[in-house]
Every structure is written in C-alpha cells, then in structure tokens.
Design a protein around this ligand. Structure first.
Ligand code: PFF
Length: 456
C-alpha cells in the first residue's frame, strides 16, 4: 500500500481490543513476569509493578493512542505529521531501533517456545527427569542450526501474517487466538491450583516483603511495565493509527492494562503453585519456563496434555506480540520508504532473523559468541537490557513530555472523548495531569537511580 492509498483500520471495537491485548500479552507474561517476580521477592515487587502500570503505563498508553489516531501514521511519520520539521521524529526513530533490539532476542525465545511445543507434541518431554529437563533445554538452545532454524520459522510465520494486512492478518489472528489463550491458561491454572501444596506458591506470589525490594528491582518493575504494555517504542502509536474513529481509547487502554495484568497473574498462578508443589526453585531465572515447567508438568497426571496446552498458549502469546512489534518497522517501510506490504514484511523478517542469530548464538555456551561478553553481558542480554531498561523508559518519558507539555489540554481531551461524544472529559483531564506532573518525575527518578546518579 503506497501512502496515498486508503489506509486500513480495524473493523470494530472488539477487534481493536483483541489486537491491542494481543500485543500486550506475550512472552512477557509467561516468561519474564514469573521469573522476575520470583527473583525480586514476589508480592512487594507486584505492588510496585501495579503502581507503575497505573501511574506510568496508563498515561503513556493514552499518549501513544492520542498520537497514533490523531496522525494516522507510523511511529516516525506520526511525530513528523504533528510536529513537522523538528527533532521529535527521532522519538519514533528510537522506537524503531528499540523494536529491532527487542525482536532480535524475542524471536530467539519464541523459537525455543515453538521448539518446545513441537517436542511436547511428539511426546519427547513426557516423564522427563531433572537431568532430562536440563538436557532438553541444553539441546534446544545449543546450535548452531536448530535454534536458528526455529527462529527463522518464527519470523516466516510473523511475516506471513503481516503480509495479509491489518484486517485479514492481524485482526483475524488475534480475534481467533486470544480467547483460546484465556481458555488454555485457565485449564493450566485449574490443574496447578488443585495440586497438594499449591498454596505455598500462591502465598509466594502475593506475600508482600519490602526488604527484598531494591532500587534495581523498582527499575525492573518499571521496565517490565513498559515491556508488558508494549510502550515507549511506537508500537501503540502504530496500532492506534488503525483504531476506529469511534473507539473509546481510554476504555481500551484500561481494559487492555487490566486484562494483561490478569493474564500475568494467571500465568503466575499456573507456574508457582506447581513449582512449589514439586519443591523447585521459584527464582530460577529465565530458564524457569523451559526447565522447571516441563519437569513439573511431567510429574502430574495428564502432564503431557498440559505441556502441549501450555506451550501452545505461549506460542500464541509470542506470535501475536511479535505481530505488533514487527508492524512498527513494516508500517514505517510502507509509508515512509514506499515499499509494498509484502516487500516490507519479507525485508524485516529477513533482517530480524539475520541479526537475531547473534542473540541466539550468544546463549549457546558452546559457540564462539556464547563466550563473548562486553561488560558482563552477551548479545542477548545487551539487546534485552538496552531496550527494556534504557530505550523504552526514555521513549516513554519523551512521549509523556510531548503530549503532556506540547499538546494543548483541550486538544487531547477532544481526541480522547471523540470530540465530546464520550462523557469522560474529567477522567481524561485527570490522566493528563498525572501525565504532566507524576509520570515524568517517576520516570526520571527511576532512570537516574538505574544509572547510579540517585540512590533509591
Ligand atoms: N508486550 C509484549 C510481552 O509482554 O511479551 C512484548 C512487546 C510487544 C514489547 C510489543 C513491545 C512491543 F512493542
């Protein structure tokens, strides 16, 4: 689609909701959220995370929705359209860069998830032992060829769906798969919560202990909130540029933030009770999903079926989130570089799989890249750290300043109330004030703390 052709939009409010939720729900809920909560002490971390969602996540999401639907353009084009001839377009450029960094490692983890689903389907994981679980994870991440192959399969699936466009691709897939994901996760919860000793895991998740909460953990919670809600990199700008005129965007933001957090908690409730019931280590780190879970499920009746369900839902989550990530550069390439949708989706798929190989090989201890670290981090960890902890919070801060200080209040209220048709001017006004006075301060303090300039 060249920029002068008619731009696609989602077809209804429900489509908007599922697509946006599809972006938010991803490996973040199933992989990052549980292990970060595990490592940072459970309930106290959760509480900080909730505060980050309300005081930072929601206002920034509202800002991105405002920018996207007002401009109806990609992440860079939107800033150009609203503030022509200024440097603000580079907030979009930074967003595209962050999108690539995330995709480099995200497509690698998604590849592992697909591979585990395949292994679960072929019955290779049933009856697995502790040693076996470790060996399985080793064989999945150990290359060179199989993790790279799975990463390429992931990118082929994502690009293939994006080629079909906003309505036929993104909308159709998310509307079908998101409800299924809910059903699958509830099935896993039901099983995990009825295990003897499951209560320990529930207590672990909700027990509040502030002594475990460090400054670094607060930054992690903030980074996680951004990553979870797909904020700070223009993803929500891109998606909202496809929203319908009559969408209640504040309602969408609230419903998405709520449902996404619910999915994270449901994932935690499927994982921790099972982990405790079988005496595993809740703070096991990134391997929690891949090593602990197969082991836990293997020991239950109907375990293999649950494993298939779990890795299927994880594959759905990863795929719908990647659709929204890759759509950021795809929309840019179509609208600013004059590419066709097919060309843009194929080009970005190849680019991400190509550079993403660095992340994939860097977690394989037997490869040359696996032994290379720069300041203690390999490629995989650098991509993750730079995007989640640095670029997303900076992108979020600049977006908050852009809307909170450069866009007149009446204009923001008008757009978010659909020119006064929605009776929620008071609510929007309140969020606008939070956006001006609370969000930037929180972001700056946490950011300075993370680089060691302020002590939290
Ligand atoms: N929100 C997704 C998750 O939690 O897995 C990841 C993500 C998607 C991050 C889209 C950023 C983004 F733009």
């Amino acid at each position: 689609m060249a920029s002068n052709e008619k731009r696609e939009t989602f077809s209804s409010g429900l489509a908007v909701f599922f697509a946006t939720l599809g972006s938010a729900v991803g490996l973040g809920n199933i992989w990052k959220f549980p292990y970060l909560t595990g490592q940072n002490g459970g309930g106290a971390f959760l509480l900080v995370y909730f505060l980050c969602i309300v005081f930072v996540g929601l206002p920034v999401m509202m800002s991105e929705f405002y920018i996207g639907r007002t401009a109806r353009k990609n992440a860079i084009g939107a800033f150009k359209a609203i503030m022509p001839g200024t440097l603000w377009k580079h907030v979009g450029t930074m967003g595209v860069l962050a999108t690539y960094l995330i995709m480099f490692f995200y497509s690698c983890v998604a590849g592992w998830v697909y591979f585990y689903l395949f292994k679960a389907l072929t019955g290779e994981l049933s009856g697995i032992t502790m040693e076996g679980a470790k060996a399985q994870f080793g064989s999945v991440i150990m290359g060179p060829w199989s993790p790279i192959l799975w990463q390429c399969i992931v990118m082929a699936v994502v690009s293939g769906i994006l080629i079909m466009g906003v309505k036929q691709g993104i909308e159709k897939i998310t509307k079908t798969l998101m409800p299924l994901l809910f059903v699958l996760i509830l099935a896993c919860d039901l099983r995990a919560l009825t295990l003897p000793g499951a209560w320990e895991g529930v207590r672990f998740l909700f027990h509040v202990d502030f002594s475990q909460l460090s400054g670094a953990a607060v930054l992690t919670a903030l980074g996680l909130a951004f990553f979870k809600l797909s904020l700070g990199l223009g993803c929500m700008i891109t998606y909202s540029s496809y929203f319908t005129e009559d969408n209640n965007m504040l309602g969408t933001a609230a419903k998405v933030a709520f449902s996404d957090t619910l999915v994270s908690l449901l994932a935690g409730l499927a994982i921790f009770p099972a982990v405790f019931a079988f005496g595993m280590e809740p703070g096991a780190g990134p391997g929690l999903l891949f090593m602990t879970l197969p082991l836990v499920f293997a020991q239950m009746p109907l375990g293999n079926l649950l494993l298939i369900a779990f890795f299927f839902l994880a594959s759905i989550a990863a795929t719908t989130a990647m659709l929204s990530l890759v759509e950021v550069p795809v929309a840019y390439c179509i609208e600013e570089r004059g590419m066709s949708r097919t060309g843009a989706a194929v080009f970005n798929g190849i680019l991400i799989a190509g550079v993403g190989v660095l992340a994939t090989l860097s977690v394989d201890p037997s490869s040359l890249l696996g032994q290379m670290t720069f300041m203690g981090r390999g490629f995989f960890d650098w991509f993750d750290y730079l995007s989640s902890n640095i670029l997303l919070p900076i992108g979020g801060l600049l977006t908050a300043i852009f809307v909170g200080y450069l866009m007149p209040r009446e204009q923001v209220v008008a757009e978010l109330t659909n020119q006064g048709r929605l009776a929620m001017a008071g609510m929007v006004g309140m969020l606008y004030s939070i956006l001006r006075y609370v969000t930037p301060v929180l972001l700056i303090v946490v950011f300075l703390a993370s680089v060691g300039l302020v002590k939290l």
